[in-house]
Design a protein around this ligand. Structure first.
Ligand code: DND
Ligand code: ATP
Ligand code: MG
Length: 244
């Protein structure tokens, strides 16, 4: 199937899912990265008058700011800003009072969870479902925060490779500067996905479609997939209670 046709199907799927949930539209966080740019455009196509994108900086980089501005302008998106920096500082300060030493990664993940809370509050208020932005690569290896950016209602891109998301962005007229950017979670300064994962998206893409048979790559990706299984399922349930 051609990607353009698949994107049309995704738009229809979003519409049908919203209807089935008796909701009125969709909401998505707009980061200045390519995944959310693509999802935002699908959201607009699905519900031209009932979608919202939300820019939620937490001391985000100037580059993130200019990129999300560029997407909003180029694609004429409906976007609101919720600056979460003070909220983040406050929750960090309050948690510090427990004397539990906060791990840097745990604090970084708190940023993603504050964004999730914001999307659900705005979304429920407008009867909108929350759209996730994970692509196949991220979904497969669990490269997202559980109940953070992973805490969403619909995950439209999870069958698309990162390189297909780039092609989709071209089809949807996302600005070139966004398509050419190094993917980043933006959870700390100069973080890039590929540095943190230790593999390029091209390598992961090839592995997923059976074109990379390198044993080291295979082992690493199988490992990341196995340890992130819990993120792709709902909370683990104990055995059933069999009443007398
Ligand atoms: N086996 C298991 N069964 C049930 N639950 C399990 C579990 N193992 C861990 N857990 C739980 O999961 C938690 C760890 O998972 P989680 O909180 O997600 O944290 P974790 O996977 O350690 O970190 C999130 C990763 O995703 C990356 N990320 C985050 C956000 C956005 C993006 C992006 O691309 O934009 C990337 C981030 O840079 C980092 O590498 C543990 O604290 C524990 O509560
Ligand atoms: N500053 C932000 N404001 C709003 N939403 C954000 C922000 N940072 C992250 N998000 C949300 O978290 C999601 C996960 O981030 P991720 O980095 O995987 O996607 P991306 O930034 O769209 O693309 P890329 O992976 O290429 O950087 C984003 O798509 C977006 O929905
Ligand atoms: Mg990003």
């Amino acid at each position: 199937m051609k990607l353009a046709k698949y994107l049309d199907d995704l738009v229809e799927w979003i519409q049908q899912s919203v209807k089935a949930a008796h909701a009125d539209g969709v909401i998505v966080g707009l980061s200045g990265g390519i995944d959310s740019a693509v999802v935002a455009n699908l959201a607009k196509k699905a519900f031209p008058n009932n979608y919202l994108t939300v820019w939620m900086p937490i001391a985000s980089s100037q580059e993130d700011w200019t990129c999300q501005e560029a997407i909003v302008q180029a694609n004429d998106l409906n976007c609101v800003t919720v600056d979460l920096l003070e909220t983040f500082k406050q929750i960090e300060k309050t948690m510090t009072k427990t004397n539990v030493e906060l791990a840097p990664l745990a604090l970084a993940n708190t940023k993603a969870r504050l964004r999730m809370s914001t999307l659900y509050a705005l979304g429920q208020s407008k009867k909108y479902l929350v759209l996730g932005t994970d692509n196949w690569d991220e979904w497969h290896i669990g490269y997202f925060t559980k109940y953070g950016d992973g805490g969403v209602d619909l995950v439209p891109l999870i069958h698309l490779l990162k390189r297909e998301v780039r092609q989709a962005a071209k089809l949807l007229n996302v600005p070139e500067v966004i398509i050419d950017r190094a993917p980043t979670a933006g959870l700390w300064t100069n973080q890039t996905d590929e540095d943190e994962i230790g593999l390029s998206y091209d390598v992961i893409d090839d592995y997923l479609i059976g074109k990379n048979k390198d044993v080291n790559v295979e082992q690493r990706l199988q490992h990341l997939h196995a340890i992130s299984e819990h993120k792709r399922n709902l909370a683990a349930k104990p055995k059933e209670f069999l009443r007398d």
